[in-house]
Design a protein around this ligand. Sequence first.
Ligand code: NAP
Length: 305
Amino acid sequence: MRYDLIIIGAGPAGMTAALYALRAEKSVLLLDSAGYGGQITLSDCVENYPGIANVNGYDLAEGMMAQLRALNVKLENANVTGVEPDGDGYRVLTASDSYEARAVILATGVTHRKLGVPGEEKFLGRGVSFCAVCDGGFFRKKEVAVIGGGNTAVQDALYLAEFCQRVYLIHRREGFRAEERLLEKARNHPNIEFLTNTVVLEMRGEMRLASLLLKNTATDEEHELAVAGAFEAIGSIPQNAAFDQLVPVDGEGYFAVGDDCVTSQKGIFVAGDCRAKKVRQLTTATADGTVAALAAIDYLDGIVQ
Ligand code: NAP
């Protein structure tokens, strides 16, 4: 079967794109290598999605998929290895199959870079988070750590310091990548303590994270720091390598595509965190899904070439 539209990535951007395309009566195949939901499923609780005061990220993704199932979405678990031009459409390749479509939306998302230390996987969603804005509220009046030395880490520390009892900003070097303006604010904040030249060796606890085993790289001294939460802000990794011959990427590997989500390749659109942009939030991912789907629908209907 030749689909009208194949959407690669079933996170919030891809699922929103599917919702719009299915409602416009297009045939849609949604492909994802890891089920569906994307990064949002890692969030304990989402409190910044308009209209829903409080929802578990996994439940929110379930709700999005239930809405698509009611429209008879076709979802396949597949690791896409490439997209090739094929006549006036495209052939989407996976390790074991290939699928044809007139148009494709790349909604491949990003992966948060992880520390890769013992205990990290065990406490994901149980004290370890990649999103201070999403999960910070659960650590009110508690002691937490932010790991990283870029703008995200310092901004996260400043955000958390407004309601957490203490925020330890743990960075592996003495120098920071973050802007001086932000660093100055953090240095002057009474609730933020800088732990530089410090690396996390292990995350410890029973059911939830309780402490971090740290090492000072200048002195080689190790010590255990009691924290209820640890926010990793050590950068993101876009997952665009399989498509960078089709759509240009910027220096960090994000698709270099504007807010219209339209690429220079006819019939190829880009949506969500995989796109070069300043703000990566659930709301901006779903917004991109909408914009990309409407552009794809216009393309499929011959309204734009
Ligand atoms: P980033 O700038 O890449 O910083 C990542 C930080 O994590 C670096 O300090 C790095 O340390 C550290 N790190 C990386 N791998 C690590 C590891 N395995 N263990 C420990 N530490 C590790 O990432 P980001 O802060 O997410 O920012 C991404 C981009 O978005 C940047 O261009 C940033 O300027 C931009 N941004 C801008 C704003 C804004 O408001 N202007 C806000 C947020 C982000 P090293 O420094 O030692 O490499």
